[in-house]
Ligand binder design. Sequence first.
Ligand code: GTP
Ligand code: MG
Length: 241
Amino acid sequence: RELTGEVEFENVDFGYNPDKIVLHDINMYAKPGQKIAFVGSTGAGKTTITNLINRFYDIQDGKIRYDNINIGKIKKPDLRRSLGIVLQDTHLFTGTVMDNIRYGKLDATDEECIKAAKLANAHDFIKRLPDGYNTVLTGDGANLSQGQRQLLAIARAAVADPPALILDEATSSIDTRTEAMVSKGMDALMAGRTSFVIAHRLSTVKDADCIMVMEQGRIIERGTHDQLIDMKGRYYQLYTG
Ligand code: GTP
Ligand code: MG
């Protein structure tokens, strides 16, 4: 069955160790196609929430539903695979650029991989590599810049064509031009898919349908950028520095 990208958390509690809860009573609802952003200081629980959306861990209490199917406590690797992920440190393996993109969907044709790379805004830099799509990457893509690795991660997610996505924005600095290329690719990838974005720059979440402000494992404020600014609470503080 095809998923639409609807995701719901109901009263979710979670701890990496059962005796130390790190997420408390998380409630949220994402309509198909919405962009949900998580902001908050280090250790607030942003990555942990996305780990749960991914079902990397079982939850202690509550429900996680995709399209009304409660997947909170059952292992459903096929459902998990239906999410695309662009993590901070993308794992690239020794192999061609084409095979690294294809990893997002193992039966993808070369044409599908190239189409995904074009959508991800990665095609131009790939064409300039010594052997284009046949260029062999060294372990973990060490022969690419960080921005280029991110563009490949976006292409890899795009080839899977998932209904929902998790984007964990890179913290380490890439130059402004590369950053613009990456954010253009990410915008193209997010269009029409439910997207959960962990943003380290508040400027990239301004257009989110809902921004979740997290602190110590709780969502303490939520709303659009304008609503949160009007609230003059934690988000306002973060934004105005
Ligand atoms: P930044 O990425 O630094 O901005 O923080 P974050 O908001 O993503 O926080 P994260 O979800 O990583 O951490 C939330 C809490 O869970 C913190 O208290 C972490 O110490 C703890 N935590 C995170 N990952 C693990 C893990 O793999 N094992 C254990 N035991 N604790 C973890
Ligand atoms: Mg994190």
